[in-house]
Design a protein around this ligand. Structure first.
Ligand code: GLV
Ligand code: GLV
Length: 323
């Protein structure tokens, strides 16, 4: 008998084929995330769980899934997963670190560059016929000689630092742990408040945790320069959405560019989307063909290894296996 596994959303065909070779798959195929009640029956006999973005994995789900032996998620962030609850049940949990670093850094830096030079607005401008009728396009701002402040200097933050330096930016960073000099790519450490006041561009790449939830609120936006550009490529809930709205609407800061929002997706009539000084893309940090194949394959590999009781490639709570 093949092991039964649940996949909570769409995955690439090659990833599905690999899993189906070894497992009987229950796949959630609707575009919205499943509720627990949608998959209760599947949970009752699933031995593996493959999570695509956003489905909460908590005590309640685990209680409904007595046979689960491995959980994998096709993402590097795992704020939706109660890892201690998995660990208490001795279920290993695996994310996909490493494989999306450069891809996500491209998107974060791309948002910064696009916002600074108004590339997206320029395209709308041309399409609307304004170029042809001679209307003056509003000027952007330079990256060169500006200060890039990175909050969350992990592997993705470091990859963004290199991109900034290539454009002639001075790079400063704030991180929970200060990095050894040889690992910081000549970026200088700053306290959080200092970074907020000094940076011309702020890029957020910190994981969402109890400490970082709501880390950017009214007080933090008030510290920023009125010319500051704010880029979030981390998780929406790191930012207080209403405070960001107020900061942009009152021009307390110049511009925001977001790959992630809270809530996600933003409703079409959300006030943020009515602002002139914002750019929002639909959580596409890792969304390239090459990287999504790497992420899907890594998650599938961990799933199959876990079902076989073999060592995992990228396990967040490896102690469940050794102890
Ligand atoms: C995407 O947001 C991820 O965490 O991989
Ligand atoms: C991303 O892949 C990370 O490990 O930070």
């Amino acid at each position: 008998d093949k092991c039964k596994v649940i996949i909570t959303g769409r995955v690439l065909p090659s990833v599905l084929e690999l899993i189906q070779k070894h497992c009987q798959v229950y796949q959630w195929e609707q575009t919205r995330s499943p509720l627990l009640s949608d998959i209760t029956e599947w949970l009752n006999d699933a031995e593996g769980l493959f999570v695509t973005m956003n489905m909460p994995v908590n005590e309640q789900l685990l209680t409904l899934a007595p046979k689960l032996r491995v959980i994998v998620q096709e993402a590097v962030g795992y704020d939706n997963i109660d890892v201690p609850a998995c660990t208490r049940r001795r279920i290993p949990f695996c994310n996909t670190p490493g494989v999306l670093v450069e891809t996500t850094a491209d998107l974060a830096f791309g948002l910064l560059l696009t916002a600074a030079r108004r590339i997206h607005e320029g395209w709308e401008w041309v399409r609307a016929g304004n170029w042809q009728n001679g209307t003056q396009f509003p000027l952007g701002v330079d990256l060169y000689n500006k200060t890039l402040g990175i909050v969350g200097m992990g592997s993705i933050g470091s990859a963004v630092a290199k991109r900034g330096q290539a454009c002639g930016m001075k790079v400063i960073y704030h991180n929970r742990k200060r990095l050894p000099v040889q690992d910081s790519f000549q970026a200088e450490y700053r306290g959080f408040d200092e970074l907020l006041t000094e940076a011309d561009f702020i890029v957020v790449l910190t994981p969402l945790t109890a400490e970082t939830r709501g880390m950017f609120g009214a007080k933090e936006f008030a510290r920023m320069k009125p010319t500051a550009y704010f880029v979030n490529a981390a998780r929406g809930a790191v930012v207080d959405t209403e405070a960001l709205y107020n900061a942009l609407a009152s021009k307390q800061i110049a511009y925001a560019a977001l790959d992630v929002t809270d809530p996600e997706p933003l409703p079409g009539d959300h006030p943020l989307l009515q602002l002139p000084n914002i750019l929002v893309v639909p959580h596409i940090g890792s969304a390239t063909t090459e990287t999504r194949i790497r992420m899907g394959m890594l998650a599938a590999e961990n799933l199959l290894l876990g079902l076989d009781g073999r060592p995992l490639v990228t396990c967040v709570n490896p102690d469940v296996i050794n102890s």
